[in-house]
Ligand binder design. Structure first.
Ligand code: GAL
Length: 701
């Protein structure tokens, strides 16, 4: 069946089932009831282990307190060893062994790994790199989302799976694919090239409109028809490709991917029971992944690895603990994609095999990460993976069990401990508990959309600019102030938030400026940061002064930006205190009635505004024009803003995270040293205490 026909039929079915959202809410909550608080799962690959060990392994998994397992996201070759010949006997057995041990099952569609007979017979389904090399069989994520032929094979295997397990009460839900995203490789196959041209035709209507939007008059880039356009490719041009084409390519790829996920979701939904939910597991903030578009799923999950040698963390041992934003930002973002429901589908149980180097996590860190997901409102953690492989890919990757398959790894021991502790939390759970008002009063939204991220990343202008770090810096400061944060998309209702930060929100339109204006007039406190509003949604500068569309809102009259060399710092002054900046500075000309909170203390624009603030209606707009490394300026501005608004905030040590969930206060210590934390004298302490060592956790109510 062709893609469009499937889509139409699916849409029909979805409408018939009267709104996926309300059903979705019920079915996810049915698997993960609120009073159960939190659930633990673990990945198992029956295809990787001797069949005689499955029973033992799943029994051991259940004995540790694990409640569900996760099968088959890479097992297409086992399910369909020859074209059209299906073998599910092994999976039937694994699912029923799980059931025997009281483990529920998440089943996956195996679409990241087409079998070798398929890619050999039809190499046109493979993706092609920017250098023209076609990616071949033997790893994963190598088939093109744009290939109609691939989709036909996908439809068949997904249908078979759904028919077989869609009414199995032990299967609670489905994961589509695995970390869909081609691991960041853009697909330059002919399938993708033609799909891109179709996408452009639909977006622009005429080639003239494309030429105009992409600025093709310059350098004779002008196209005569869509057939001449290719995906922008740095290998095919002597310098960076056209920036508008790059933005369109990322949005197109994200649409192809979301279409691929939604296509599978529709097939599943037309076969499976109403009790089974559908999700996929995403790498957060990734190219070309736009989770907002994967809206045929019931909810979304993410995958995270904190100790991989890539990041220093906090303090001398931080490399063993990880950065709090890694989980914190993702919790706050994924919770908001799909109505307050998310889980973490992969979390490392120990050392991984693919880091820049592979340190052992700090004892306790595995446990703390699980509590971080709990604290962020997650429904579950599914630990990656139960056993450590002995051969093949992922040798050296820790599991819950060590290489002998039966001895718990240190991380495995921590899961056993968490399972016991969850019982204490369940006993203490009070369904009537409500978030303390002092906390709700500081609820802050961070507005983050992938097209904006992609556009800024593509035109950084200075090697010191890091788009996600810029946003996560604000997240970290808000967490220091113990603010509840929601990382939202433009789909969200802004009016739910007393405070909102739009970090480096470079792309906008008049509709967004109007929404912000009305949000502020009603009493919202809006913080805009450097780079905001420079361009329209297609990445064109306005035929006005730079960032002019936000001048009315922010109380500005003009703006230009500046960068400094890496080893040189400029100074900013606020209230007699001096701050250093180095990465990015918007230099502001405020309108007469706008307050200047901070100004540049040197450079040829000495005396110009670096932070402005104005009242508008019942709310305020603050513009933080500089991006600093130490975040001292940004922190003091935020504190001043919340205090002016009469909202009390805390002052936690860096790396100490404090959250509230279902009546529990949870504190986590990502620092390399011990800290003393404030726990009210009358609190009932359930876990930990007032002294928290590195990777320590305290929970009280
Ligand atoms: C993830 C991936 C898993 C596994 C894991 C190893 O990114 O989704 O399949 O490879 O990494 O850490």
């Amino acid at each position: 069946m062709k893609r469009n026909t499937i889509l139409l039929i699916s849409v029909f079915f979805i409408c018939l089932l009267s709104g996926p959202v309300s059903n979705a809410q019920n079915r996810v909550d049915r698997s993960f009831p609120k009073e159960n608080l939190f659930s633990l799962g673990s990945y198992y690959y029956p295809e990787q282990w001797d069949e005689s060990q499955w029973d033992r392994d799943l029994g051991n998994m259940a004995a540790m307190g694990i409640k569900f397992t996760h099968f088959a996201e890479f097992a297409w070759g086992m399910m369909e060893p020859e074209e059209g010949k299906f073998d599910f006997a092994w999976l039937d057995k694994a699912v029923s062994l799980a059931e025997k041990h009281g483990l529920k099952v998440i089943l996956c569609t195996p679409t990241p790994t087409p079998p070798v007979w398929l890619t050999k017979k039809y190499p046109d389904i493979l993706i092609v790199r920017d250098n023209g090399v076609q990616i071949q069989h033997s790893r994963r994520q190598h088939a093109s989302w744009s290939s109609e032929r691939y989709r036909e094979y996908v439809e068949r295997i997904v249908t078979k799976l759904a028919e077989r397990y869609g009414n199995n009460p032990n299967v609670i839900g489905w994961q589509i694919d695995n970390e869909p995203g081609h691991y960041g490789v853009m697909d330059y196959s002919e399938n993708a090239q033609s799909a891109f041209r179709r996408w452009l035709r639909e977006k622009y209507g005429s080639i003239e409109a494309l030429n105009k939007t992409w600025g093709c008059a310059f350098w004779s880039e002008t196209y005569q028809d869509f057939g001449q356009v290719r995906l922008p490719n740095a290998q095919e041009v002597p310098e960076k490709p056209n920036p508008h084409a790059v933005l369109d390519m990322k949005c197109f790829m994200a649409d192809e991917l979301a279409g691929f996920v939604n296509f599978q979701a529709d097939i599943l939904r037309s076969h499976i029971s109403d009790n089974q939910w559908i999700t996929t597991n995403l790498i957060p903030v990734f190219t070309p992944v736009d989770p907002v578009k994967m809206d045929h799923t019931d909810f979304l999950t993410y995958t995270r690895y904190l100790v991989t040698g890539h990041r220093d963390g906090i303090g001398e041992q931080g490399f063993r603990i990880g950065d709090p934003e890694y989980l914190g930002f993702s919790n706050d973002q994924f919770r908001n994609f799909t109505g307050n429901r998310f889980g973490v589908m992969e979390l490392q149980p120990g050392q991984v095999n693919w880091g820049t180097f592979n340190p052992q996590p700090m004892p306790g860190a595995v446990r703390m990460w699980v509590y971080h997901v709990f604290a962020g409102g997650g429904k579950f953690v599914c630990n990656y993976r139960f056993r450590q492989p002995l051969r093949g890919s992922e040798q050296y990757h820790y599991g819950m069990m060590l290489t002998d398959g039966v001895t718990l790894s240190p991380g495995g021991e921590e899961y056993v401990q968490i399972n016991k502790e969850l019982e204490l939390l369940r006993k203490a759970y009070d369904p009537k508990a409500r978030e303390p008002e002092c906390r709700s009063a500081r609820r802050t939204a961070i507005l983050y959309e992938m097209p904006v991220h992609w556009e800024v990343e593509n035109q950084k202008q200075t090697p010191q600019w890091k788009t996600l770090d810029h946003a996560q810096k604000y997240h970290r400061l808000l967490k220091k102030m113990a603010c509840p944060v929601d990382v939202i998309s433009e789909k969200a209702d802004f009016n739910r938030y007393p405070f909102m930060i739009a970090p480096a929100y470079q792309l906008l339109d008049s509709a967004l400026v109007e929404r912000w204006t009305s949000y502020v007039k009603k009493g919202g406190h809006l913080v805009l940061t450097c780079r905001t509003g420079q361009k329209d949604r297609n990445g064109a500068l306005w035929q006005e002064l730079l960032s002019a569309p936000i001048y009315g809102l922010a109380g500005l009259k003009g703006l230009f930006y500046d960068h400094l060399p890496q080893n040189y710092h400029g100074n900013i002054e606020m209230d007699g205190k001096s701050y250093r900046w180095n990465n990015w500075a918007d230099v502001l000309t405020p309108a007469p009635s706008t307050e200047v909170w901070a100004g540049y203390a040197d450079q040829f624009y000495k005396g110009s505004a670096a932070v402005t603030h104005r009242k508008l209606g019942k709310g305020t707009v603050t513009y933080i024009a500089a991006d600093t490394d130490d975040a001292a300026l940004e922190e003091d501005v935020l504190r001043r803003l919340y205090s002016k608004a009469g909202v009390k905030v805390e002052n936690l040590p860096e790396g100490v995270i404090k959250e509230w969930r279902d009546g529990f206060s949870i504190v986590l210590n990502y620092r390399s040293d011990a800290v003393s934390i404030d726990i009210p004298a009358d609190a009932e302490i359930i876990l930990g205490g007032r002294e928290l060592g590195p990777a320590g956790v305290a929970v009280w109510k």
